[in-house]
Design a protein around this ligand. Structure first.
Ligand SMILES: [Cu+2]
Length: 141
């Protein structure tokens, strides 16, 4: 019984995500996530391609494709083209590994700066995204 309810909720979530194709819907969905930002992996694109968060916040990627396996990768050693990756000085590399349809990957960004990442299978098809992490001002004394 518990399994059946879980499957039902999953189906509802998928319907909501697929219903978000119109412009502005992704931004609306993000507002409900508060601190976190959601990026869809759809076709051979990250949607939205560019997001801005504050240091300490996280981004969650969701592979909403029907068939394709995607990755979220910011590691120069795994890139075919050096311009597919950018990391701020002092930031660690990261790689989600293979994400099958329906799987998600979450990463917390602590070092401010601009991150450019790519999908390993679709790097040459331009599946590249960016996360801009802005520094959080120190609290006023
Ligand atoms: Cu991909």
């Amino acid at each position: 019984m518990r399994y059946a309810i879980g499957m039902c909720m999953c189906a509802v979530t998928l319907v909501l995500v697929e219903g978000c194709a119109r412009p502005g819907a992704v931004e609306e969905a993000q507002k409900t996530l508060n601190a976190d930002v959601l990026v869809r992996m759809s076709g051979v694109s990250f949607v939205p391609k560019h997001v801005t968060i504050k240091a300490g916040q996280s981004v969650e990627w969701n592979n909403t494709a029907a068939l394709e396996t995607h990755t979220v990768t910011a590691d120069p050693e795994l890139a075919k083209t050096s311009t597919s990756v950018a990391l701020p000085a002092g930031a660690a590399t990261f790689n989600s590994g293979d994400l099958k349809p329906g799987q998600t990957f979450r990463y917390v960004f602590t070092v401010p700066g601009t991150y450019r990442y790519f999908c390993i299978p679709h790097e040459r098809m331009g599946m590249i995204g960016e996360v801009e992490v802005v520094a959080v001002p120190a609290a006023q004394p």
